[in-house]
Design a protein around this ligand. Structure first.
Ligand code: V47
Length: 372
């Protein structure tokens, strides 16, 4: 028996999803415009369970933000500070290496390393940062630097994006996070982050990374000045690149947090919008394997619900989070491994600890092995 939907516009979409067919721009618009959240959930869950069954992924990771000094001054951001701001910080290499080993005793498998666009930190400095981390923590995967940081470092070093990526890869960079994509539409981008690379440059930097064999994530920032067309356009541009490269591992929809930003007048997103963005992403991005419900951004409670609306991953232990907390997030700075297991189990899903590339991690009391 087929599911009955309140919204008749979803019926042809249901037929496509059940047949495993690709959804169009118009389908994406219908998905965003519907209020039939249960229908969206039914369809997204169908795809999610087709791909991953009952499994839900998480990892034991630590965020490291070496500096919050940033020349971009994006209106969307509460994290970046001007170089002369007394509240700004920049870690020395020694501090960053030491910080990496601090925090909870749970053995992390990934360092997630991002920061501001610092006017003085050079490509060489980042190479030293990464090679120093590799020396001190040889088994830990370095997921480092967004496309925006890469393009900035390349420009400052007067070398190509390809060479920048090659040098960082040789220094120890294993993969890249998905930040900085924001929304590709130029009209909106000019308002929310006018000094950042444009959407085409973000896509072309990701293409180069993928061509060099670096896997990356991708994101979309929603809940600010964008409209439904901009969101669908963003998702389709990511899907088109993925058809070419197959380099994206995970998509993470990111809800805009307005506090302490130049866009503080914009109301925060609601749980309804957050869940809708997870479901639409799962349905539109038919070639990206994983959809992450980032618990810091959506709260553990909504992230848990998202596991029934298309998400198969809730990210990790994190330990220390700054970007969302500077923008008013009230969630914890980190969660323990046991708390993530519990969150997933209580949604009736089966937790799998993964490494950055989604290989299962097996733990004994004191060691862990990545199963290849
Ligand atoms: O690039 C900045 C966004 C991103 C705000 O790849 C803001 O696994 C909301 O990319 N409100 C950083 N969002 C976070 C990110 C990420 C997080 C978790 C996992 C991964 C991954 C990537 O956060 C930034 C920007 O897009 N951001 N300021 C703000 N006020």
């Amino acid at each position: 028996m087929q599911a009955v939907f309140d919204d008749p516009l979803l019926v042809p979409i249901r037929d496509k999803v059940e047949a495993g067919e690709r959804l169009s721009f118009a389908d994406g618009m219908a998905l965003y415009r519907t209020n039939d959240i249960l229908a969206l959930g039914y369809l997204a869950n169908l795809v999610r369970e087709r791909l991953h069954g009952n499994l839900t992924y998480f990892n034991v990771n630590r965020h490291i933000n070496p500096t919050d000094v940033c020349v971009a001054s994006c209106r969307l951001c509460a994290f970046g500070k001007r170089v002369r701001d007394p509240k700004a910080y920049t870690m020395s290499l020694e501090e960053a290496w030491q910080r990496a080993g601090e925090g909870w005793s749970e053995r992390v498998t990934e360092f997630h390393i991002v920061g501001g666009l610092h006017p003085e930190l050079t490509l060489d400095w980042y190479c030293q940062l990464l090679s120093g981390l590799k020396q001190r923590f040889p088994g830990i995967h370095l997921k480092a630097l967004t496309m925006v940081e890469i393009a900035f470092l390349a420009r400052r070093a007067k070398v190509t994006v390809r060479e920048t990526l090659e040098r960082l890869r040789d220094a120890g960079m294993d993969s890249m996070p998905g930040g900085g994509a924001e929304i590709f539409n130029e009209r909106v981008r000019r308002i929310i982050c006018d000094h950042k690379i444009d959407g085409n440059e973000w896509i072309e930097t990701a293409r180069t990374a993928h061509q060099l064999g670096l896997r990356t994530n991708c994101t979309m920032l929603y809940g600010h000045l964008e409209n439904d067309e901009d969101r669908v356009d963003h998702l389709i541009r990511l899907r088109t690149l993925q058809d070419d490269t197959h380099g994206f591992v995970t998509f993470i929809p990111l809800a805009f947090h307005p506090d302490n930003t130049a866009l503080a007048h914009i109301p925060s997103t609601t749980g309804f919008t957050d869940i809708k963005n997870i479901a639409v992403a799962r349905l539109m991005l038919d070639n990206i394997p994983h959809i992450k419900a980032y618990w810091v951004m959506m709260t553990p409670r909504i992230a848990q619900i998202a596991l029934r609306f298309g998400a198969d991953d809730i990210d990790g232990t994190i330990v220390e989070e700054r970007i969302y907390h500077d923008a008013g997030a009230t969630t914890n700075q980190g969660l323990r491994r046991g708390e993530l297991l519990e969150l997933i189990r209580r949604a009736g899903r089966e937790p799998v600890e993964r490494d950055t590339l989604y290989r299962p991690v097996e733990r004994t009391e004191t060691t862990f092995t990545v199963l290849t």
